[in-house]
Design a protein around this ligand. Structure first.
Ligand SMILES: [Mg+2]
Length: 146
């Protein structure tokens, strides 16, 4: 490949010089390929991967704020259902049940992905919004004097 044909393609050697023998040669990869190769993922990577995922399937028209917030709510419901009938002690020990652990990780991922995609479609900086909210909560609920 001679160069990027899409905005989501990156020169992996700029990030991980040993990634592409012979060393020093640029190797153009998608963000998905780079994440898989390096094992490192950022919020920006998730945003781009979700954009690419939707674009590759022509799903962008369906990713409206209304649809995404409804999908997010559904995934929160799926996560909730995993804990719904557990006792408090059973819920705390969720990792002791491999099937429950796998399901919790799966639903947490779904919730995260829909939240990230919703924030992206809304044009919001998810981390900036969360950070600003913690700032407001610190003022609203002062720390205990110790
Ligand atoms: Mg789910």
């Amino acid at each position: 490949m001679s160069g990027p044909d899409h905005l989501s393609r990156y020169a992996i050697c700029n990030l991980h010089v040993n990634a592409c023998p012979p060393y020093g040669r640029l190797h153009w990869v998608t963000v998905t390929e780079r994440v898989r190769h390096t094992g490192q993922v950022t919020l920006e990577d998730l945003i781009q991967r979700l954009r690419d995922f939707a674009a590759a399937r022509d799903w962008e028209p369906y990713h409206t704020p209304k649809n995404l917030v409804m999908a997010l709510s559904g995934e929160v419901g799926e996560l909730t259902s995993l804990f719904q009938w557990l006792t408090p002690d059973e819920a705390k020990a969720w990792r002791d049940d491999p099937a429950l652990e796998a399901n919790v990780l799966d639903e947490i991922a779904d919730v995260t992905l829909y939240l990230v995609r919703l924030a992206d479609v809304l044009g919001l900086d998810l981390f900036a919004a969360a950070n600003a909210k913690i700032d407001r909560n610190e003022l609203r609920f002062p720390a205990l004097e110790r």
